[in-house]
Design a protein around this ligand. Structure first.
Ligand code: F6R
Length: 263
């Protein structure tokens, strides 16, 4: 697992955006795995800015989002479909017909989960998956105790996640307690994984992710099994790591090597 520690959230977003730019410029028809939540918004803003400058295009790409609240239509302002339209899709040249978010309003959610898995496979699999991380170590809505081999399915949210996300809902507004989420097994099949974390509230989850053990108690620790996972985190999110200087040293060495190789 590669860990890149940067000064602040702005640097994390800019670094992450460069990885997506590289991916799209290398493979215009990339299949992107996307995330919602507060953390990726700055990265999406960077991608919009790069697209406006003509440095990247989403024209031939496809996307699959990690998760959606069960019980919300895509036009509900708290739905993740609405979020993605507002934060990214409405501002770039992606064909919305090529963007998929799990259907929160599916009449048969179990069948919808199976269809979502099939659609990912039919697209050739996810080339690059963006992730945030919950304070409890969740990725997507794979809460602690999720099977490390899980596939897209209906998942009950923990009280901690419901409380964390209550900030997005108005007082008295219905807040779903169920979701459809890609599974940990689904995420692990992505060719590349980019996880972003900023702020000290994520420090313990990052420590558990990086320093192990590999356990369903911290779903993100499953990324230890992925051969191309990069964690891009700020100083605050890195603050509980035993040896952050080691990761900074590795990153400096990598930068030098890349310069030498002209990458
Ligand atoms: C969102 C998602 C969640 C969030 C996580 C962190 O699609 O799957 O796992 O990434 O809850 O959320 P923020 O970034 O709001 O702290």
């Amino acid at each position: 697992m590669k860990v890149v520690i940067l000064k602040n959230a702005a640097e994390v977003a800019a670094y992450g955006a460069q990885i997506f730019k590289k991916q799209l410029n290398k493979k215009a028809d990339s299949v992107l795995g996307l995330a919602t939540g507060s953390t990726p918004v700055a990265l999406y803003n960077e991608l919009i800015a790069l697209a406006n400058k003509g440095e990247l295009s989403f024209k031939h790409s496809k996307s699959f989002n990690l998760d959606e609240y069960l019980g919300l239509d895509g036009d509900h302002p708290q739905s993740y479909r609405f979020f993605m339209n507002e934060k990214l899709f409405d501002h770039v040249d992606i064909d919305k017909a090529n963007t998929q978010v799990p259907p929160g309003n599916a009449a048969d959610p179990v069948a919808a989960c199976e269809e979502y898995e099939q659609a990912i496979s039919a697209a050739g699999g996810i080339d690059i998956q963006l992730l945030g991380i919950g304070r409890n170590g969740h990725i997507g809505f794979n809460e602690p105790s999720s099977s490390l081999a899980s596939r897209t399915r209906v998942k009950t949210l923990t009280k901690a996640t419901i409380d964390d996300n209550a900030r997005f809902f108005a007082e008295g507004e219905y807040q779903p307690h169920l979701s459809i989420t890609m599974g940990i097994g689904t995420i692990l099949e992505s060719k590349k994984v980019v996880l972003l974390a900023t702020g000290s509230a994520k420090a313990e989850a990052i420590k558990a992710t990086v320093e192990g053990p590999l356990t369903a108690a911290c779903p993100a620790s499953a990324l230890q099994l992925h051969k191309d996972a990069v964690l891009i985190i700020d100083e605050d999110a890195a603050s509980a790591l035993s040896d952050p200087e080691f990761f900074k040293h590795i990153e400096r060495e990598n930068q030098q090597l890349e310069k030498k190789l002209g990458q």
